[in-house]
Ligand binder design. Structure first.
Ligand code: ADP
Ligand code: ASP
Ligand code: MG
Length: 411
């Protein structure tokens, strides 16, 4: 008998019938004698709908109220799921984040899990119940409802698996594993059988939303093997595990994109010490993560500063930057959110030169202008106009022959 944590994403629980189908699948495991903890997302599209409602109420929605609102999506699916299990003659209990006591900090809409209390879940399991936990939500020490950031149900699942010392942690979704690129964008994408935490961290951080980055970070920290697989088939998916010798050794292991970024430029800023800190401190105090930063020097003592922020924080960031811009005498503050970040990732890049050149060449051949570039040891990212995203992905996937099984290298 094993303790199994299974998470089902929005498309897996998009309708009452799909919820019933998932409940049947989970009960299959239950009937084999396993203890089942199920983490659910909101129905597909629900969270977006709620965000849209909030935007109709306030120019910049209040973050605390946003969490009270967004957490309601998961409340619907967990309660319906528990009903479906009971209807099938088994026992179940749905639990919200504050009932489990998934304790988080108070950074609303992107809270971090600090601790997961396991007592309530363990008691329910001992009573032979299927435990159904609302993903993506938690509670602060003072009882405020929080959410963990979009895609955060994956993180709930891994945090529960770690806290409960579960035997298995499975993430069920609408694709049957982690691919070399988003299989919904490019049919030639290839499924990766086994991937290291580090490589998955990099893919997730650059936009492969099949796993939420924080879930991968937690899995690595607590050494939880994660099995990513399809809700709709029985096929073996992708294992996200500690690095080992049997892993693919590819120069480039994946191509990712992220359309959730926006670009802000301050033009003609005084090029004096302390300016960057004047600009970026209030942004970081507002809990907004800046990603790429580029500074160009102009003639005289003037400089242009361009950086990217998550698109969901774009309006708030613009408001902050416009205020600072006028304080520091910048000539203009401009912003656009029709950009995308396209990246190639691979630990093999460390020891090879020429990967960047191939990337730039490939984009140029397709007539795609690169707006910003950033590199690290194991990734290269380019900001391009959003309309070129799919074209860039396909061209890069082909350029690095990612559809081919890697050839085993002689040691
Ligand atoms: P869920 O609602 O189950 O959490 P998500 O939509 O968050 O599902 O994540 C699954 C989606 O991730 C897939 O439908 C796919 O379009 C996308 N995706 C992006 N990059 C990848 C990748 N490298 N491998 C697999 N799926 C990917
Ligand atoms: N429902 C939330 C979202 O859409 C959390 C999740 O699905 O993981 O972002
Ligand atoms: Mg997801």
């Amino acid at each position: 008998m094993a303790l199994i944590v299974q998470k089902f994403g929005g498309t897996s629980v998009a309708t009452p019938d799909k919820i019933k189908a998932v409940a049947r699948r989970v009960l299959g495991y239950k009937q084999q004698g396993h203890q089942m903890v199920v983490v659910l997302s909101a129905m597909a599209g629900e969270t977006n709908k709620l965000v849209d409602f909030a935007n109709q109420m306030q120019e910049i929605p209040d973050q605390r109220e946003m969490d009270v609102l967004l957490s309601s999506g998961e409340q619907v699916t967990v309660s319906l799921f528990a009903m479906a299990v009971k209807e099938a003659g088994f026992n179940a209990v749905s639990l919200l984040g504050d009932q489990v006591r998934i304790l988080t900090d108070d950074l609303h809409t992107k809270a971090r899990i600090k601790k997961v209390e396991t007592e309530t879940i363990r008691r329910a399991l001992a009573e032979d119940k299927v435990v159904v936990v609302a993903g993506f939500q938690g509670v602060t020490e003072t009882g405020e409802i929080t959410t963990l950031g979009r895609g955060g149900s994956d993180t709930t699942a891994v945090a529960l698996a770690a806290a409960l010392e579960a035997d298995q942690c499975e993430i069920f979704t609408d694709v049957d594993g982690v691919y070399t690129t988003d299989p919904n964008i490019y049919g030639k994408a290839r499924k990766i059988k086994k991937i290291s935490y580090d490589e998955m961290l990099e893919l997730a951080s650059l936009g492969a939303k099949v796993l939420d980055i924080r879930s991968v970070g937690l899995a690595k920290r607590y050494n939880v093997p994660v099995h990513v697989r399809s809700t709709f088939t029985d096929e073996e998916g992708t294992w996200v595990v500690k690095e080992d010798k049997s892993m693919e050794s590819m120069l480039v292991s994946g191509v990712t994109y992220n359309k959730n970024e926006a670009r802000i430029t301050l033009s003609k800023v005084q090029d004096t010490p302390g300016i960057a800190s004047r600009i970026f401190t209030p942004i970081s105090d507002a809990g907004i993560n800046v990603d790429m930063i580029i500074q160009n020097t102009r003639a005289g003592d003037l400089t242009d500063l361009t950086f990217t922020v998550p698109r969901s924080d774009f309006k708030r960031a613009m408001q902050i930057v416009e205020k600072i811009g006028s304080e520091i005498g910048a000539e203009r503050v401009t912003g656009s959110d029709d950009i995308a970040k396209v990246s190639i990732v691979g630990v093999g890049m460390r020891n090879h030169s020429g990967v960047a050149t191939t990337m730039f060449h490939t984009l140029a051949r397709e007539g795609i202008n690169i707006l910003m570039i950033s590199t690290s040891e194991i990734k290269i990212s380019c900001i391009v106009e959003e309309k070129y995203t799919e074209l860039a992905i396909r061209a890069l996937h082909d350029a690095f022959a990612l559809d081919q099984e890697p050839v085993e290298e002689e040691l």
